[in-house]
Design a protein around this ligand. Structure first.
Ligand code: ZN
Ligand code: ZN
Length: 337
């Protein structure tokens, strides 16, 4: 091999070593800043550190949890799969990519930008009171989770919002990719609700990042088709929404769908009276999805998912279309879910 032909390879190795050295150096700087932040007890330094590594933190958690759950689904599945993994995964994850691009284009600064603005302007409850930084972070994460719970109840109840949220529920299977499968308009609506919540709440920047990363990770966990020992599930569902708990919410039965709205903390359903222990048909016998939307092109392929909110009419699932015990009924009612 001539020296000329080895030079590019050596160059690449040199570059890689330099990049590694740079990575280690920035990690060391990060640790130093972290220690400094802890020593100062200051939240602002920690905010800066989190912002420096925000994208890396999000990517590591997303792909890390996705990989762990996907392997777990192969190793210990809860239910047999109904559809090919290749079709569902490519389309569900295609929707995730599309949503990420839409959000970045519309809101480049995202929720973290809004939290920074609230902090600099002194907006929001938590910016108006003196309290330990750690307490503000804990209160903010819990409050943001409660808002997500309320938002989830709302998108089931309001007919036009249920059109959007049907995209999440029409998935005829239930696995780790279902957890990230939402229509882009619902994603935009969620971001606007989050902005409003941040303005009112004034959460620390760190709390917003922790909340978003946590919600992303727990949503992938509790949509996974994984088998957990029943005893462990019983204990765990006091701390976090488990797959068996959230699967009830994906049943085709109306009353089961109207249960277990929590995505992260399990307490809201118990406090608000929307908790349901198990599906009537059992986890193996229950049907997942929406009863009247089963056609694979509509419920599994990306064009079908994007057009689903504009299809058909909303029938007796939404809050003002129901049939009541005295026989009174809204016009145009037909069973949908
Ligand atoms: Zn739902
Ligand atoms: Zn779900």
């Amino acid at each position: 091999m001539s020296p000329e032909s080895t030079t590019p390879a050596v160059g690449i190795i040199d570059d890689t070593l330099l990049s590694l050295a740079e990575l280690l150096r920035s990690w060391a700087v990060g640790l130093e800043r972290s220690a400094q932040a802890a020593a100062e007890g200051g939240g602002l330094a920690l905010d800066g550190l989190i912002l420096d590594y925000e994208v890396a933190i999000r990517l590591v958690f997303f792909f890390g949890v996705l990989a762990v759950m996907a392997l777990w689904e192969v190793w210990a599945p809860r239910r047999p799969r109904g559809l090919s993994r290749a079709v569902r995964w490519s389309n569900n994850l295609g929707l995730v990519v599309l949503n990420t691009v839409v959000l970045r284009l519309l809101f480049p600064a995202a929720a973290v930008g809004m939290a920074l603005a609230a902090q600099s302007q002194g907006w929001g409850l938590l910016n108006s009171f003196e309290m330990p930084y750690w307490l503000a972070v804990v209160v903010a994460v819990i409050a943001l989770d409660f808002v997500i719970y309320l938002q989830h109840v709302m998108v089931h109840a309001v007919p036009v919002l249920w059109r959007l949220h049907r995209v999440h529920h029409a998935d005829p299977d239930f696995d780790v990719t279902t957890g990230a499968r939402f229509h882009p308009i619902e994603i935009i609506l969620s971001m606007l609700i989050k902005f409003a919540t941040i303005v009112v709440l004034g959460p620390p920047v760190v709390a917003v990042v922790i909340f978003e990363v946590l919600l992303n990770a727990t949503a992938m966990f509790n949509h996974s088709n994984i088998r957990l020992p029943l005893g462990l599930d019983r204990v765990l569902r006091w701390l976090v929404v488990t797959p068996d708990m959230h699967r009830v919410h994906h049943s085709t039965e109306d009353d089961e769908t109207n249960s277990n709205f929590g995505f992260n903390l399990p307490w809201w359903d118990r406090l608000m009276g929307t908790y349901r222990d198990q599906p009537r048909g059992g986890h193996l016998g229950m049907t997942i999805g929406i009863r009247s939307y089963r056609e694979p092109r509509q419920v599994s392929w990306l064009p079908g998912l994007l057009s689903l909110p504009f299809k058909g009419h909303i029938s007796d699932y939404a809050i003002n279309r129901r049939t009541w015990a005295d026989g009174s009924q809204q016009e145009g009612s037909s069973r949908e879910v």
